[in-house]
Design a protein around this ligand. Structure first.
Ligand code: FAD
Length: 497
């Protein structure tokens, strides 16, 4: 039986990718971790198209690479876009990037019911106490710091857990994120409504793109078309919030109406049948407004994944940001629990790095949407992305591959490091393209932002480190006065002078 009052080092709320990742990486260091989720797994979730950094970086760190590789998920080699005026779709392949060459140049399209359960069961195996069917009610606010959590179990019994940290990984519907003392700021730019359902028997793109995500813009927004298996396809329309009224009625009819208006999707679905039963049998509607919290942490509490921020789904960055932030937060938690660096400094490092990664995607996506804003300029903008110089395409792929953050530990997770080093010849090209001073040759607006060039500079430095066999830990902080990851990536350290 569960004690009514208990003490742990860390209580994690939410067993999605963010929660399972942070819980596992903290438990791996011998700390006592309790994770609760209000659902019983497997549970449905949207967010099926993943990026290579999650698969080859985070999954390797968690020790689930093999299980994920053997789960039968659809291999994703890149993305195919029909974006704007040109009728011809164009594709990018993760393999174009020398940073993620060879065996690591793919990701998966995953059924989240399966993927999230793999990560959660792995957390359990690594020593995390997992309780399903348990809902967070409120944090215990001790004034100076958050001191624990109140939750209810399946029977509705209230429990109190005292902890050094509460990690909020409960996603966009978090009830407790305000426990850190901040509020959510919504983006004016990305205010969409998504409407999505499942089909069997939809067409596949020709090889080698059959496993790609296909995104098609049309007058009212854009569609995703994600092959989850040979038979099953996830199809979603992302439309402006002004269309809310239209999609609120009967979502299935609304989706059918939108499919009809988007020729490439209509065409792909010409022989398909909507799924009407089981977990994939509904057409669901979700606001996917982008937001970011004004604070990510407070003494005793931290927000990770969607609980902290979310940005538009067009480049499949959600699970990457969730698991990447979870890895960063685990470092901060481990560092403080071991008494190595004070809490303020340790969590400022977390927040700064997560905001930076989020900002990178945010700016990139804004530019991407901007291409579609005006037909006259769109055509040329789109051409620039597809026909841009190799250096730009590599930068683009590095960005959507989620490895541009310069994270030694993500990129350098044991299995990946050797492969990166093996790509040494290509790396030389990449370094040349990025430039000795780190400047990115950015003829397209996509690559002119200072955030992108900063990140590229950091990325190329870390690549060189991995290539020349130095310690995985970065020696130069990302921010002035900041911290660096330890060689094993599990904690932060004060850089040596
Ligand atoms: P979640 O996956 O939301 O997990 C949170 C967990 O917390 C859930 O299991 C929930 O049951 C639990 N929980 C919630 N409240 C409580 C509570 N009070 N007590 C206990 N437990 C609680 N991302 C991609 O990478 N690729 C995509 O293709 C993609 N497409 C998307 C399309 C749309 C329309 C949207 C809206 C998002 C998309 N995303 C995509 C984003 C992706 O869904 C999220 O970024 C990702 O699931 C975040 O992971 P997380 O672990 O932070 O939260």
């Amino acid at each position: 039986t569960t004690p009514e009052h208990e003490n742990v080092d860390v209580v994690v709320v939410g067993g999605g990718p963010a929660g399972s990742t942070v819980a596992t990486l903290v438990a791996n260091q011998g700390h006592r971790v309790l994770l609760i989720d209000k659902e019983t797994f497997p549970r449905y979730q949207i967010g099926e198209s993943l990026l290579p950094s999650t698969i080859h970086g985070i999954c390797a760190l968690l020790g689930v690479s093999e299980e994920v590789a053997d789960a039968g998920f659809m291999r994703k080699h890149g993305g195919t876009f029909r974006w704007g005026a040109s009728p011809e779709p164009w594709s990018f392949s993760f393999a174009v990037s020398p940073r993620i060459a060879g065996p690591t140049s793919h990701a998966y399209q995953v059924e989240r019911m399966k993927f999230d359960e793999i990560l959660l069961n792995n957390a359990r195996r690594k020593g995390v106490e997992v309780r399903e069917g348990c809902s967070a009610v409120e944090v215990i606010d001790g004034g100076q710091r958050v001191e624990g959590l109140v939750y209810t179990d399946r029977e509705g019994t209230r429990h109190e857990v005292r902890s050094t940290f509460v990690v909020d990984a409960s996603g966009n519907k978090s009830r407790i994120h305000q426990g850190v003392g901040g509020t959510r700021t919504y983006s004016d730019f990305f205010q969409n409504i998504a409407l999505f359902g499942y089909f069997t028997g939809g067409d596949r793109l020709p090889e080698p793109s059959a496993g790609n995500i296909f995104c098609a813009a049309f007058d009212e927004g854009w569609f995703w078309y994600i092959p989850l298996s040979d038979q099953l396809t996830s199809v979603g329309a992302v439309v402006n919030r002004d269309s809310a009224a239209e999609v609120q009625g009967d979502p299935r009819q609304a989706l059918a109406r939108l499919v009809d208006k988007c020729e490439p999707i209509r065409d792909m679905l010409k022989n398909a049948t909507p799924v009407t039963e089981g977990p994939y049998g509904q057409v669901r509607v979700r606001k996917d407004y982008s937001y970011i919290n004004t604070r990510f942490w407070r003494e005793g509490m931290v927000l990770v994944g969607d609980a902290a921020c979310f940005v538009d789904p067009v480049f499949s960055s959600g699970v990457h940001l969730a698991t990447y932030s979870a890895m960063l937060a685990a470092r901060s938690v481990n560092t403080v629990l071991d008494g190595l660096v004070d809490q303020e400094r340790s969590f400022q490092e977390y927040e700064a790095r997560y905001r930076r990664e989020y900002g990178l995607f945010y700016e990139f996506l804004m530019s991407f949407y901007d291409m579609n804003a005006d037909d006259a300029s769109y055509y040329w903008q789109a051409k620039k992305v597809t026909r841009c110089a190799d250096s730009e395409l590599e930068s683009f792929v590095g960005l959507v591959g989620g490895v541009a953050s310069g994270e030694g530990a993500v990129l350098g997770a044991a299995s990946v490091r050797g492969k990166v080093a093996a790509a040494s010849g290509e790396l030389a090209c990449s370094a040349a393209a990025v430039g000795a001073d780190g400047a990115v040759d950015g003829a397209t607006p996509l690559f002119q932002s200072s955030i992108v060039s900063d990140v590229m500079r950091e990325g190329s430095r870390t690549q060189a480190q991995a290539l020349f066999g130095e310690a995985l830990g970065d020696t130069v902080p990302m921010f002035p006065g900041g911290l660096v990851p330890t060689a094993d990536g599990s904690r932060w350290a004060v850089p040596e002078e």
